[in-house]
Design a protein around this ligand. Structure first.
Ligand code: DX5
Ligand code: ZN
Length: 217
């Protein structure tokens, strides 16, 4: 089943709990948590403390997207009763195979994300080890950017590998998803769709979530 993961990067942090309750009520299945360090990406967001403030306030699983250098140092901090996936960037991990095993040893699903300029083939040696691949369809760092069309080619290449080598792999996409392109990405094979500004920028968040969920059925 396809799932929608609203990214709280674009939420109003002064009422984060309320907004998360809204997306949960509307039927979103996952919360996407964008952690940025101002080093791997040119922006700083928040860390585990903010993520943990949601514990007890939502039953939704956390999809933790670490856009940070040297993520191995911080993995444990992001493991909570809500954490389903921890995703690191291939570009940030010189010992990616080891990092994936580290994530799995913490009892959560292991994801790897690749930037728009990183080819899908960069994952060829580890594709069987992955639970999730998060294709960046914008350069990570900011919400509200435009979807890069070459991402469709990458979805295709990843789908081929999934079919041949790891049928359980979950294909995810992040960046520039709107009501106009969501159906095209799920039709192409994306199963976990991240959307930030398209959801939290809407005047009626609850209805926007329902509208997107309808499109990806
Ligand atoms: C970008 C983040 C995304 C971001 C997506 O670096 O990883 O998760 O929130 O935002 P939109 O959906 O607005 O492109
Ligand atoms: Zn993200």
């Amino acid at each position: 089943m396809n799932r929608l993961a609203p990214s709280i990067l674009s939420a109003d942090f002064s009422k984060l709990g309320e907004q998360v309750a809204l997306i949960e009520k509307a039927g979103a299945q996952v919360i996407h948590i964008d952690v940025m360090d101002g080093h791997f990406v040119p922006n700083i967001t928040f860390g585990a403390v903010v993520m943990k403030s949601l514990l007890g306030k939502t039953k939704l699983p956390f999809d933790v997207h670490l856009m940070i250098a040297d993520p191995d140092r911080y993995l444990e901090e992001f493991v909570t009763e809500n954490t389903e996936i921890i995703t690191v960037h291939a570009e940030a991990c010189p010992h990616l195979h080891r990092t994936i095993q580290h994530i799995k040893s913490l009892g959560v699903r292991a994801g790897v994300s690749i930037n728009p300029a990183t080819p899908v083939s960069a994952l060829d040696a580890i594709i069987e080890d992955l639970d999730v691949v998060l294709l960046m369809s914008v350069n990570p760092g900011f919400g509200g950017q435009k979807f890069i069309p070459y991402s469709f080619q990458k979805i295709e290449e990843l789908k081929e590998r999934k079919q041949k080598r790891n049928p359980a792999l979950e294909i995810s996409i992040d960046g520039g998803i709107t009501a106009d392109n969501l159906k095209t990405v799920t039709d192409a094979g994306v199963e976990l769709v991240v959307a930030g500004s398209a959801i939290f920028g809407a005047s009626d968040i609850e209805n926007r979530v329902k509208e997107l969920l309808e499109l990806m059925k």
